[in-house]
Design a protein around this ligand. Structure first.
Ligand SMILES: [Zn+2]
Length: 103
């Protein structure tokens, strides 16, 4: 009898993920060759080691075409941007962070 993995405590999105998420996640990582798929302004991809599977648009759409692999940096940027878009922009100063790969 294999118990359900309990390594998810750190994720706030646990409830939103389907039971087969580990399988989907593995498929995305394989499809994206383990590389961050973030599109740079010149059309190339970031290609840092991908660690986070991201929902491209709808967070409730768990089909592979709505999923992409991102490095944790880009996933954080995207999540922050989405959070910012969801609420009024009052932040007086937003820290500008530079991608480690661009330094
Ligand atoms: Zn990246």
């Amino acid at each position: 009898m294999v118990g359900i993995a309990t390594g998810w405590e750190g994720s706030r999105r646990r409830e939103e993920l389907p039971p087969n998420w580990p399988t989907l996640r593995a498929q995305v990582i394989e499809r994206d060759h383990g590389l961050c798929q973030w599109r740079m302004s010149d059309g190339s991809i970031c290609a840092e080691d991908g660690t986070d599977v991201d929902h491209i648009r709808d967070r409730d759409d768990h089909r592979l075409r709505n999923l992409q692999l991102l490095c944790s940096w880009h996933h954080d940027r995207k999540t922050a941007r989405e959070a910012n878009a969801a609420k009024p922009r009052f932040s007086p100063r937003r820290p500008r962070e530079i991608h480690p790969g661009l330094l």
